[in-house]
Design a protein around this ligand. Structure first.
Ligand SMILES: N[C@@H](CCC(=O)N[C@@H](CS)C(=O)NCC(=O)O)C(=O)O
Length: 225
């Protein structure tokens, strides 16, 4: 057994998988590189829901600079947010990876089902749907009206599908808030200025209002203003 920074590892550090295992019981301080109003709101909410100590660093992705004057391309060569910098200096990108990492690092927060369980695959199923079917199809707020209109048509069926699911439970995975809800909420915040009124789907509107009322979500939105 090896003890490193107060963390007990069950196997030798030379085994790369075990040695890089998530340090569950450590006190954690991470940095989130974010852009106000973007998809980085999702991990920002998760940081607050899980009670992490964290620094928020705003990024001007167009200029490629962080608010602390760093060259953002050196931090994330992909040039986009969210980026999580771990307390050991490693950088993790891709929203769905970041939120699961955060949830696994604070399992007591119960923001993700246990890895390997069927419920965890349900979570991944939702995260992937949100990422590929909802997030990535969203046009920029300043897109031409005809582009927004074309997307609106495609969106209606997808929002209907999500609304039917939410009519059966408070959250995507039933009665417990998970990281998938942080992500779906984030994407839904973009609806209004893309000409999509959530009122059209009462379960979706009720869900949005329920999540918006959570203290962690209110604090995240206020901090990004
Ligand atoms: N595949 C990435 C995509 C992240 C992404 O699309 N980030 C957007 C904000 S939502 C961004 O930073 N775009 C660059 C820009 O706005 O200049 C993920 O899922 O994390």
């Amino acid at each position: 057994m090896i003890v490193r920074s107060g963390i007990r590892l069950e196997s030798a550090p030379e085994h790369p998988f075990i040695a890089s295992r998530i340090q569950r019981d450590a006190e954690v301080h991470v940095k989130l590189y974010f852009k106000s109003g973007s998809c980085s709101l999702s991990p920002h909410i998760v940081l607050r829901e899980a009670g992490f100590a964290f620094d928020l660093i705003a990024v001007d992705t167009k200029a490629g600079k962080t608010a602390t004057g760093e060259d953002f391309k050196k931090i994330n060569p992909k040039g986009y947010v969210p980026v999580l910098q771990l307390d050991d200096g490693q950088v993790l990108t891709e929203g769905v990876a970041i939120v699961q990492y955060l949830a696994d690092r604070k399992p007591e927060s119960q923001l993700a089902p246990k890895a390997g369980s069927m419920e965890r695959y349900r979570l991944i199923e939702w995260l992937n749907y949100i990422s590929t079917e909802l997030h990535k199809g969203t046009p920029p707020a300043n897109a031409p009206p005809e582009v927004k209109e074309a997307v609106r048509e495609a969106r209606v069926a997808k929002y209907g599908f999500v609304a039917d699911h939410l009519a059966k439970g408070q959250f995507l995975l039933g009665e417990r808030f998970t990281v998938a809800d942080a992500y779906l909420f984030t994407v839904l915040t973009w609806s209004k200025n893309r000409g999509i009124e959530l009122e059209r789907w009462p379960p979706l509107k009720g869900y949005f209002d329920r999540i918006a009322a959570r203290p962690a979500v209110r604090d995240a939105l206020a901090a990004e203003r």
